[in-house]
Design a binder for this molecule. Structure first.
Ligand code: PAN
Ligand code: ZN
Length: 196
């Protein structure tokens, strides 16, 4: 066994709970409500109305007990509930890994997409059950539910990657993902307000 600055955890198995998107054993679980997503959606009036009316849970993230420590590979399962705000699909906040490291997503259920942005060029990876979306180092990433049912995916990432949310607030994600006729529609990030 090599020497480690932080001793690794023991080998373990983690069971995915398909009905809820939970993990057993479980680490931290977090819920992001509409009120937690200020500044994300282009249509501020629609966002405020959704927040004030019911303040729904937009997405939940269940984590395994694997710690965010160097050398470990923590996992999380994100469930984004269906819906849109001013025509813009429900999405995660999005972040950049300040320590530039890659990440793997695996679609588990529902339909969505992975929006990637390197500061210049946006890219879109359609996600569905069985699809692996690969996030190379240096690409900010956001997930979007483009369907009518919960979109759920597994993420596996290096434990010392870190999460920088300020980068996305400052630079945007290149595109906004809007409800279209059948397929999602993409608008430049600056376009606001967005008509529903
Ligand atoms: C994912 C995300 C998760 C929630 O586990 O953290 O989908 O998205 P936000 O963190 O942007 O709110 C991941 O990419 N981890 O690195
Ligand atoms: Zn990430």
């Amino acid at each position: 066994m090599p020497e480690f600055a932080v001793p690794p955890i023991d080998p373990m198995s983690i069971t995915f709970q398909p009905p809820t998107g939970g993990m057993t054993p479980s680490g931290p679980v977090l819920s992001r409500r509409m009120s937690d997503l200020e500044g994300l959606f282009a249509d501020t009036a629609a966002w405020r109305a959704a927040r004030d009316e019911a303040d729904p849970v937009v997405y939940e993230v269940a984590s395994s007990p694997v710690p965010e420590a160097p050398g470990e590979l923590p996992q999380s399962i994100t469930t984004i509930h269906p819906g849109a705000v001013g025509g813009e699909f429900h999405m995660t906040k999005g972040h950049q890994h300040p320590n530039p490291q890659g990440e793997i997503y695996l679609g588990l259920s529902g339909t969505g997409g992975l929006l990637l942005f390197d500061g210049t060029t946006p890219k879109w990876i359609p996600m569905a059950p069985g699809v692996i979306g690969y996030i190379p180092p240096g690409w900010a990433h956001r997930s979007v539910n483009t369907g009518d049912e919960p979109y759920r995916f597994l993420a596996v990432y290096p434990g010392d990657a870190g999460h920088d949310y300020g980068w996305v607030l400052e630079h945007g994600m290149g595109w906004r993902v809007l409800r279209g006729a059948g397929e999602p529609r993409f608008a430049p990030f600056q376009a606001e307000p967005v008509a529903g």
